[in-house]
Design a binder for this molecule. Structure first.
Ligand SMILES: [Fe+2]
Length: 284
């Protein structure tokens, strides 16, 4: 695996980061989470992870195989981590990137899923895949519908299972599979994120260590008119959502998707009103 992944400091101009994301299908941004935010977030999820077993069942046997039995996962992170809900979910870095990539393709975008994935010693490499294949009915080609990422919550090295990516694969023919030298590891220091498009081939890397966990968080955003992987309204119900910043409520999908100004219609209303307004008024 020798392909290189373009990288920038997260403080670089958004246009430069987005240009590489669109050109190569993947880009690393170093220092997305400040050292302080990273430390506080890790401290908050430490006790949660301690209670989680890597041996669990999933929706179906294929997912059992995909995730394996050496990964501790925290799903519905906004419900379990105040720091995630108030500071990571609505982080301005992600807002800037998603505005640029998804903004023209929807009235607003939303969280697709966030899950902490703590990949343990011996965890095998995931199957290479494209995240947007969960929407297999979406005709191709199509405008960008997804900005996906993995945030390194510890230093990501190849040995520890840094995400494996195929730069450029977002433009490949559908059936083309990467050669070994077309793959590279997204090695990066803790607090960094590897961003990729929904059509970019990638996989969680193999953890070759015997005693260390690769703690990362998958977080992806999608256009507001697409069904999300995580059912965010149930994972983060109104009782929790109403305690979060309005921006986070919007990103959790509570905002109506109002495309009337573009000649479309609206989605996601309650009583024909915007649920984020109802949360603010105590009606949800
Ligand atoms: Fe993935």
């Amino acid at each position: 695996m020798s392909a290189s992944v373009p990288r920038h400091p997260a403080s670089a101009p958004t246009a430069a980061i987005v240009a590489d994301l669109l050109e190569h299908g993947v880009v690393i941004a170093e220092g997305v989470l400040s050292p302080d935010l990273l430390t506080r977030f890790n401290a908050e999820i430490d006790p949660i992870l301690e209670q989680i077993s890597p041996k669990r069942s999933y929706l179906n046997p294929l997912l059992d195989f995909f995730y394996g039995d050496r990964v501790r996962q925290i799903t519905g992170v906004a419900s379990q981590s105040r720091i995630f809900g108030a500071e990571v979910l609505c982080h301005p870095f992600y807002t800037a990137v998603c505005d640029a990539v998804l903004g023209a393709n929807c009235a607003n975008y939303q969280l697709n899923v966030a899950q902490v994935m703590d990949r343990g010693p011996g965890a095998e490499q995931q199957l290479l895949h494209r995240d947007e294949d969960v929407w297999i009915h979406l005709p191709r080609p199509h405008p960008e519908v997804q900005v996906a990422s993995v945030i390194a919550l510890v230093d990501f090295t190849a040995e520890l299972g840094a995400t494996v990516v195929a730069p450029g694969s977002h433009r490949w023919e559908r059936d083309r599979r990467p050669e070994p030298d077309e793959l590279g590891h997204a090695e990066m220091p803790a607090g960094s994120a590897v961003l990729y498009l929904g059509s970019t081939i990638h996989a969680g890397g193999r953890n070759s260590t015997t005693d260390r966990w690769r703690r990362g968080m998958h977080m992806s955003f999608v256009v507001g008119w697409l069904r999300t992987e995580d059912n965010n309204y149930l994972s983060t119900p109104p009782a929790v959502a109403r305690t979060l910043p309005r921006r986070s409520q919007e990103l959790l999908g509570y905002a109506a998707h109002d495309a009337i100004a573009s000649g479309g219609g609206y989605l996601g209303t309650v009583d024909l009103l915007d649920p984020v307004d109802l949360l603010a008024r105590g009606r949800l």
